[in-house]
Design a binder for this molecule. Structure first.
Ligand SMILES: [Fe+2]
Length: 197
């Protein structure tokens, strides 16, 4: 398959991304740290710019805690305003909006590997956190690939997670579900302390 890579890098925003997460997120923080780490690992797998991919992962739900249940507003003006405070390029806003395909898909298609990875991994990092919470130890160190894939088949578990979006790793990224879960899980274990998991 053709690997579509990013032309514009914004990896220099990594320190600013950490600052934004600290200042503007609470409940979503662990998910953003997880997704940042996963995106960094996926960049290494697919030959992308690791810091740029990490920034996209870290900031993709930056506005989530501010939405006050108005999820239609996700990735809208609030996010745009927050990104402007760190002088982020339009490319970052577009990469983030692309993960909300049902709203922004026509304007921001999944036309790069970064966007494809972010779209698929977003649901997976949240799911792995949910799997961690039901381990007796509640530690991600004790989660294995097979515990994640087994729970994915259990439709009643974390029912809000879109399994199909995760399984699109095969069609969009060209890797098996086991490999995708493995890469993501290992990356998340590397930031366990930061996630407090
Ligand atoms: Fe997310």
């Amino acid at each position: 398959m053709t690997l579509l890579l990013q032309h514009i890098s914004y990896g220099h925003l990594l320190p600013a991304a950490h600052g934004l997460i600290e200042s503007h997120t609470d409940q979503t923080k662990a998910h953003l740290i997880a997704t940042g780490a996963a995106m960094e690992a996926l960049a290494k797998k697919f030959g992308g710019d690791a810091q740029t991919w990490k920034v996209a992962g870290m900031l993709h739900d930056l506005d989530w805690d501010k939405l006050d249940k108005d999820y239609e507003a996700h990735c809208g003006d609030t996010l745009d305003h927050l990104l402007q405070t760190i002088k982020a390029p339009q490319e970052l806003l577009g990469d983030i909006r692309a993960h909300y395909q049902s709203k922004y898909g026509a304007e921001y298609p999944l036309d790069t590997m970064l966007r494809k990875c972010l779209y698929c991994v977003d649901e997976l990092t949240g799911f792995i956190i949910a799997v961690t919470y039901v381990r007796p130890s509640k530690k991600i160190a004790d989660v294995e690939v097979k515990s994640v894939t087994k729970k994915l088949k259990d439709k009643a578990f974390a029912a809000q997670v879109d399994r199909e979006q995760i399984r699109q790793c095969e069609a969009l990224l060209g890797i098996s579900l086991d490999e995708f879960v493995g890469i993501t899980l290992e990356a998340m274990k590397g930031v366990a302390a930061e996630m407090k998991l």
